[in-house]
Design a protein around this ligand. Structure first.
Ligand SMILES: Nc1ncnc2c1ncn2[C@@H]1O[C@H](COP(=O)(O)OP(=O)(O)O)[C@@H](O)[C@H]1O
Ligand SMILES: [Mg+2]
Length: 226
């Protein structure tokens, strides 16, 4: 198996709604299996676009995205959805939790969507919430939680399909220092369990725990640090 779990070739995205926005241009990127990488750069310069493209949530205008040997830009929509569902977890900037459901139910729904049999959903949901330290909040509703705790529910949910790759878009964006520290511990724990993690962030603390930093400026890869 290739050492690189994700690879892009001249990845370019131009949004066309009335006028053209070049969001990403000729990005060649390699993400090693098992690594913890972060994507940094100014706001509006293409970071989310890059994350969405490598996660198969959107299609590039040109260029390629490889997940191991599979060219995601060459597969049809059903195949892409299947790969996403099986291998990739997303944590979005605004956690998208369902407000009328409890913490436990929010994770159970994701397990249902991931095809986990009903009899195993409760136990697995409790296990995932335990992993992020929320075992005592199972029956809480999202609006009874702090921002950091909601973020941890979102992480537990993103792990429902036991993905190889976890993609996070500004997960610590609205968190205080203490919540951010907890979040970082959880991210490291997930990474140590063998998952490849890619985080879009502005936070120096996130950069500090990353193995590598990818800088995006004006839609281009600026430089790759170690
Ligand atoms: N769906 C979209 N339609 C049109 N323009 C978009 C869309 N998504 C992003 N953009 C534009 O593409 C550029 C890059 O956006 P984005 O990838 O969200 O940047 P970042 O995540 O670095 O803030 C911005 O100019 C943004 O306005
Ligand atoms: Mg963004």
């Amino acid at each position: 198996m290739s050492e690189m779990i994700i690879r892009t070739e001249k990845l370019t995205k131009i949004y066309e709604n009335g006028y053209s926005t070049v969001a990403l241009q000729d990005v060649d990127l390699e993400i090693p299996r098992g690594s913890l990488s972060c994507i940094m750069g100014p706001s509006g310069h293409g970071k989310s676009t890059l994350l969405h493209l490598i996660g198969g949530l959107d299609r590039p205008t040109s260029g390629k995205v490889f997940l191991e040997d599979l060219d995601l830009t060459a597969v049809d929509a059903n195949h892409l959805a299947e790969v996403r569902c099986r291998r990739i977890g997303f944590v979005f900037q605004f956690f998208n939790l369902l407000p009328v459901l409890t913490v436990l139910e929010n994770v159970e729904i994701a397990l249902m969507l991931a095809g986990i049999p009903p009899r195993n959903q409760r136990e697995r949901a409790e296990e995932l919430l335990g992993l992020v330290g929320l075992e005592d909040k199972l029956q809480a509703k999202p609006n009874q939680l702090s921002g950091g705790q909601r973020q941890r529910v979102a992480i537990a949910r993103s792990l429902a399909n036991d993905p190889d790759i976890l993609l996070m878009d500004e997960p610590s964006g609205n968190l205080g220092t203490k919540s951010e520290r907890e979040l970082l511990e959880n991210i490291e724990k997930v990474n140590q369990r063998g998952k490849t993690v890619v985080i879009v962030t502005h936070s120096p603390s996130v950069a500090k725990i990353s193995h590598r930093i990818i800088y995006i400026q004006d839609g281009r890869l600026k430089k790759e640090g170690e």
